[in-house]
Design a binder for this molecule. Structure first.
Ligand SMILES: Cc1cc2nc3c(=O)[nH]c(=O)nc-3n(C[C@H](O)[C@H](O)[C@H](O)COP(=O)(O)OP(=O)(O)OC[C@H]3O[C@@H](n4cnc5c(N)ncnc54)[C@H](O)[C@@H]3O)c2cc1C
Length: 219
C-alpha cells in the first residue's frame, strides 16, 4: 500500500534463496545462530519503529485536536460533542501510556544486560500497531470525508498502521513472546485451589494466629 504501482516502484522485494552456502569467514555468530543475530538486530529496529510511532501518533492527535476546535456542525464545535471528547480523551490516554512504555523499554536497554528488554520490546511492538491504528482511525473520522482523501497525510498513516502489525513479525507472534516472557516470573501451585482462594487463606490465617484469637476469645 502506498507504493507507486504505475512506476513499478515497490519499496520491498521478494527474495528467493536457492542452495545458498555461506562461506565460513562470512558467518555471523556461529553455525545455527543466524536467527539469534537477526533477533538482536531486530530488537533495536522494533524500538526505533516504536519511537517513530510515538511521533506519528502525536501528529495524528494534533490534527484531531485542531480539527475538533475548528469545525462546527449542527451549531456547535466538534470539541463540544461528548463522543468527540471521548475520542480526544481515549487518544491522549493511549498515547501517554504508549510513550511511557517506549521510554521504559529504552531505559531497560540502557541500564540492564542484553536481552533484559525482550518482553518489553515485544510489548512495544504489539502496542504500537494497535494504538497508531486507533488514533489514526479517530483522526480520520474527525476529519469526515476530508480524512480519507490524499489531501491529508492520514491515508498514508492508515496504511502504515496496518504495516506495523506485520513488519518485523506479526502482532500475534509478539503477543506470544509477551505471554512467555511475563509467565517466566510466575510459579504454578500444586494445591486444589489457587493461592488467593479466600477460605483457604482464612483457615491459614486462623491457624497462624490461633493463640492470639484464643487469648481474646475470638472464634
Ligand atoms: C512494511 C514491511 C516491512 C518489512 N520489513 C521486513 C524486513 O526488513 N525484514 C524481514 O525479514 N521481513 C520484513 N517484513 C516481513 C514481515 O516480517 C512478515 O511479513 C511478517 O513476519 C509476516 O510473515 P508473512 O508475510 O510471511 O505472513 P505469514 O507468516 O503467512 O502470516 C500471516 C498471518 O498469520 C498469522 N500468524 C502467523 N504466524 C502466527 C503465529 N505464530 N501465531 C498466530 N498467528 C500467526 C498472523 O496474523 C500473520 O499476519 C516486512 C513486512 C512489511 C509489511
Amino acid at each position: 500500500m502506498g507504493d507507486r504501482e504505475e512506476l513499478d516502484e515497490g519499496t520491498h522485494a521478494y527474495i528467493r534463496y536457492n542452495d545458498v552456502r555461506v562461506p565460513a569467514d562470512a558467518i555471523l555468530g556461529g553455525p545455527g545462530q543466524g536467527f539469534e543475530v537477526a533477533q538482536a538486530r531486530l530488537g533495536g529496529g522494533r524500538v526505533h519503529h516504536a519511537m517513530r510511532t510515538v511521533g506519528k501518533c502525536q501528529r495524528a492527535f494534533d490534527m484531531m485536536a485542531e480539527r475538533v476546535l475548528s469545525r462546527t456542525t449542527q451549531g456547535e464545535l466538534l470539541a463540544k460533542k461528548q463522543l468527540m471528547q471521548q475520542f480526544i480523551a481515549d487518544s491522549a490516554i493511549e498515547l501517554e501510556q504508549f510513550r511511557l512504555l517506549v521510554l521504559k523499554t529504552a531505559w531497560i536497554i540502557d541500564t540492564q544486560p542484553h536481552g533484559a528488554a525482550r518482553t518489553h520490546i515485544a510489548m512495544c511492538k504489539v502496542a504500537m500497531a494497535k494504538i497508531y491504528h486507533d488514533i489514526v482511525h479517530r483522526a480520520i473520522q474527525v476529519h469526515g470525508s476530508l480524512g480519507v482523501t490524499i489531501e491529508l497525510p492520514l491515508h498514508d498513516m492508515w496504511s502504515g498502521a496496518l504495516s506495523l502489525g506485520l513488519a518485523d513479525g506479526p502482532t500475534e507472534v509478539h503477543k506470544v513472546a509477551v505471554a512467555r516472557g511475563v509467565l517466566k516470573d510466575y510459579e504454578p501451585v500444586d494445591t486444589l485451589f489457587p493461592s488467593e482462594h479466600i477460605p483457604t487463606r482464612l483457615a491459614a490465617a486462623k491457624a497462624k494466629h490461633a493463640a492470639t484469637l484464643e487469648e481474646y476469645g475470638i472464634a
